[in-house]
Design a protein around this ligand. Structure first.
Ligand code: 3MF
Ligand code: MG
Length: 350
């Protein structure tokens, strides 16, 4: 059980980021404001900041212009680039949401040919993952939902999602699938909007032990949930195989702000639950999914990642040094006002 797990130490935590986290700053209302960094330079920046892993979409490694015959060769080149930089691939995720066939959520699309493409793209992602050397296939079902509630039959959509998972589990007997759930954006309403929904689906698949979750802080917040409780629930199931730490200022578009930059106490609770449950001891990675602000000058447009890691590690220090006896004292006395002040003082270094 989780209670007996040894606590994580600082050295157990390895960090990752995706190439999309070093980005030129375009948003839906304006063009890029910085030059795109070449991929190799991104790797250099990750390494310099002390990251050990890189997150990929299939086309971050093998862009669409590569023909099927050339895909494996290209994936090998990317693997070599990782090796040369002393980095490893953490995850690989299918880019389902940019292609014309993904407009209405390819897995739950009403079009049979879109659904077929969704599975092909999933298999292609697994092929890339294999070459990159990771067994973690992350599924963010970006458009698997509706803009208009009546546009799809929900119960049929769930069945399509299950078929998608089962087909991929069959395609590669070593791959693990991590659902990264989000309640909205780009769709109005998502199918399986939370970790809990996906975990119920995981147990319906043909190999539940290979289906788990990656939880993103902002996605939990957007669902009105506390990210640390979401982590805890997945840990309870022994299915927290990845995280995307960031922060989020209220219920609006997905902001991907630096970890701990909005609500330090909420960030502490996320770190605390990871520390207490030995996260990182079995190859789990501390993934960041943060974006540099559009206002950030090019030469400082990596600090959101560096600072997120720094804040995380400072909170690990706090989690491992905080006076747990005093904490327990407040709990035993049911003095929750006292506990509140105790936690806030600790966060303020008092
Ligand atoms: C969207 C996300 C995604 C996923 C990514 C990897 C583009 O809110 O969080 O980022 O993290 O697809 O799974
Ligand atoms: Mg994410």
């Amino acid at each position: 059980m989780t209670q007996q797990t040894q606590w994580s130490r600082k050295s157990d935590f390895k960090f990752s980021a995706g190439p999309w986290n070093l980005h030129p700053g375009a948003d839906p209302f304006g063009p890029p404001v910085r030059a795109e960094r070449p991929f190799a330079e991104k790797l250099r920046v990750f390494k310099e900041m002390g990251f050990d892993y890189v997150q990929f979409h299939d086309d971050d490694a093998v862009p669409d212009e590569f023909s099927p015959a050339d895909r494996e060769k290209r994936a090998r080149e990317v693997k070599k680039l990782l090796d040369d930089h002393g980095l490893k691939a953490e995850i690989c995720a299918p880019r389902h949401w940019e292609d014309a066939r993904g407009v209405d959520g390819p897995v739950t699309s009403n079009s049979a040919s879109d659904r077929k493409w969704a599975i092909e793209r999933g298999k292609r992602t697994i092929d890339v993952a294999r070459v990159l050397g990771t067994d973690k296939f992350v599924w963010w079902p970006a458009r698997e939902g509706t803009y208009v509630r009546e546009a799809k039959q929900a119960e049929r959509s769930f069945d399509y999602m299950l078929q998608f998972l089962d087909t991929l589990l069959d395609y590669d007997k070593n791959i693990r699938i991590l659902g990264e759930m989000k309640p909205n954006e780009p769709m109005d309403l998502m199918y399986l909007p939370t970790t809990g929904h996906f975990l119920a689906m995981a147990y319906k698949t043909r190999d539940p032990k290979r289906v788990g979750v990656l939880i993103e802080t902002a996605h939990a917040i957007l669902a009105g949930l506390d990210p640390s409780d979401e982590f805890a629930y997945a840990l309870f199931h022994q299915k927290l195989w990845g995280v995307h730490l960031n922060d989020q200022n209220g219920l609006k578009y997905d902001q991907d702000k630096a970890f701990g930059s909005v609500d330090l106490r909420r960030a502490f609770n996320q770190v605390d639950v990871l520390v207490r449950n030995g996260y990182g001891k079995n190859g789990e990675v501390v993934g960041l999914d943060v974006k540099a602000m559009r206002t950030q000058p090019a030469d400082k447009s990596f600090l959101h990642l560096k600072h997120s890691k720094e804040i995380f590690l400072m909170l690990v220090d706090l989690a491992t040094s905080i006076d747990r006896k005093a904490w327990q004292g407040y709990v035993d006395a049911r003095d929750y006002e006292g506990l509140e002040l105790f936690i806030v003082k600790n966060l303020m270094g008092k």
